[in-house]
Design a protein around this ligand. Sequence first.
Ligand code: GTP
Ligand code: MG
Length: 498
Amino acid sequence: MKFVDEATIDVTAGNGGSGCISFRREKFIPFGGPNGGDGGRGGHVYVVADRNINTLIDYRYARHHEARNGEQGRGSDQFGAAGDDIVLRMPVGTIIRDFETGEVMMELLEHGEKRLLAKGGDGGFGNLHYKTSTNRAPRKKTVGWPGEAYKLKLELRVLADVGLLGMPNAGKSTLIAAISNARPKIADYPFTTLHPNLGVVRVGPEKSFVVADIPGLIEGASEGAGLGHLFLRHLQRTRVLLHVVDLAPFDDTDPVKQARAIVNELKIYDEELYNKPRWLVLNKLDMVPEAERVTRVLEFVRRYGWKGPVFQISALTRQGCEQLVQTIYKHVASMQEHHEEADIRFDVEASLPMAADLMARAGLQYDDDLTSLVKPKQAAARKTVAKKAPAKKAVAQKAPAKKVATKKAAVKTAATPKTAPAKPASKKVAAKPVAAKKAVAVKPVAVKKAAVTKAAPAKKAAVKTAVVKKAQAQKLATKKVAAKKAPAKKAPAKKAAR
Ligand SMILES: Nc1nc2c(ncn2[C@@H]2O[C@H](COP(=O)(O)OP(=O)(O)OP(=O)(O)O)[C@@H](O)[C@H]2O)c(=O)[nH]1
Ligand SMILES: [Mg+2]
């Protein structure tokens, strides 16, 4: 089913029914007291979190949600019935904001949580309500109050304990398929995953945690490259991020450079997300020859300047996955116990396989200058500076372009006089065929003249025949006219007969 994590809806609660003015009128009771009832309350709009729904697709198509109005009050002390409430079911993890202000109205965090979204208007009062000892026949009522109406922006942020982060093709979906019950699409081309997938990892009886796999992130995502930052918000509610890195890429891309680019994008998107506990997961180790593995990992860690937790796995062969799952569960469970979103990096670091320890054991040291590269902000600043400088150069390069243009113009002007003498030449060329044409044209004229002289007796003959024909035609015409005139003369004779 299509995954939709944003929607805009209008909710309108029902208006209250108006009150009624009525008096009791019965046999032998001519002036009974007021008996107009109150109007009914308008229906409310509620929202309920439902864990069985995991997308906001319903709200893409059904955008207006209106509760019924309350009934009007009636005579004989009848109060109007309240309008029916409506309940909107939304996935757990939905954030409801006011569309205009962007202010968060509520967040649905637990299954079954029911909240009032828009309150129905109260019903108006009937004249029964205004009866007092001094005014025993009140002719007064009130109309119902209007229900609340909001334009809302819904945003779904999946609720997961662990989020997977990484370049396309890093093996995120393979990892979630290896450790959880999720079965996302896995393929060897980038952007296989187009929407977040959630997987429940069962560690033991009643022991589980949820992992979120999101589409791959690439450099320039903040400017909309790839699928952009669209899905990063789904990592905002996680407790730990697993940064999956492909250690054996098919092409000659540098894993260190790519890992840095990802972290940089994370920082551009949200500082808080950047500061979340992040563990490095080096994947596809099965593709690296066994003898090279240790050096490849150490080399990566050294160049990347990473000192935090690091895991070496192969999502395909599931090597190292069990240790990863157990470690994650331990940390997630400890955080759940404490019910706090505190940074666990410092209290639990001792139990994690740290990159710094690996380096120390191997007797290697980080390059000092490399540590600065780990801080993406500086790296980004450097990049922008580096990018700006060539831009200036480009401007400088434009000047020669202008020169070239002026040169070209000069060449053109110089070239035009050259072409000018070519014109007479072309005239000469053109003149020749004209002369030839004239020569040719003369002949037919002579021929025609000759033909005319020859045709002269023929013309005379033709004229004669034409004269004869004309005379005959005239004779015929006079005959016809005479024939036509004859009936005209007969007509008055007919009239006379009548
Ligand atoms: N040899 C080997 N191949 C792997 C491993 N993990 C993933 N792959 C392969 O890498 C390719 C990409 O894997 P995916 O899991 O689809 O990658 P992804 O990170 O989800 O990619 P996107 O969904 O595009 O972001 C697939 O062909 C996997 O079979 C691994 O540990 N070893
Ligand atoms: Mg994927």
